[in-house]
Design a protein around this ligand. Structure first.
Ligand code: FES
Length: 146
């Protein structure tokens, strides 16, 4: 498409997408290159998602895409044996929050959460939805749904 023929809406959309990409590269500098947080493979066993520890070989956190919610779960490794899992749906107005170097940030109005889901900065007032996580051997278990 000839850029000179963009209408105002198309131009603003392209500019917004370009700035989101630039922000991504800056905020995810803890990852190699400008790759997004990786999606991990997992095995579903009833209400439990079983994830291999090997998924954390290249990143401190991974995303899990389930069928229950269009937004992924972020699974973060705090230490070798301590993990947390939170739904990335912002509790303010429902945008998808994004893991960054040291927190999870909502791009819509700037709410910030710890990797465990606690609110660090509003306007959100409630923590992210959390899921129980346990570790056994080389597997991590995330309990979803009840
Ligand atoms: Fe996340 Fe408003 S929807 S801060």
């Amino acid at each position: 498409m000839d850029p000179s023929k963009l209408n105002r809406r198309e131009f603003l959309e392209k500019a917004r997408n370009a700035s989101v990409g630039a922000a991504c590269c800056g905020s995810l500098a803890w990852l190699s290159g400008c790759a997004a947080v990786p999606f991990a493979e997992f095995r579903r066993e009833g209400n439990v998602l079983r994830v291999s520890r090997a998924e954390f070989d290249t990143a401190p956190g991974v995303l899990l895409r389930t069928t229950e919610d269009p937004m992924p779960i972020y699974l973060h490794r705090h230490t070798e044996d301590r993990y947390s899992a939170v739904l990335t749906r912002c509790t303010h107005q429902g945008c998808e929050a994004e893991p960054e170097a040291d927190r999870i940030v909502c791009p819509c109005h700037g709410s910030e959460y710890s990797f465990s889901g606690e609110v660090l900065r509003g306007p959100a007032e409630r923590p992210l939805t959390r899921y129980p996580v346990s570790v056994s051997g080389d597997q991590i278990y995330v309990e979803v749904g009840r």
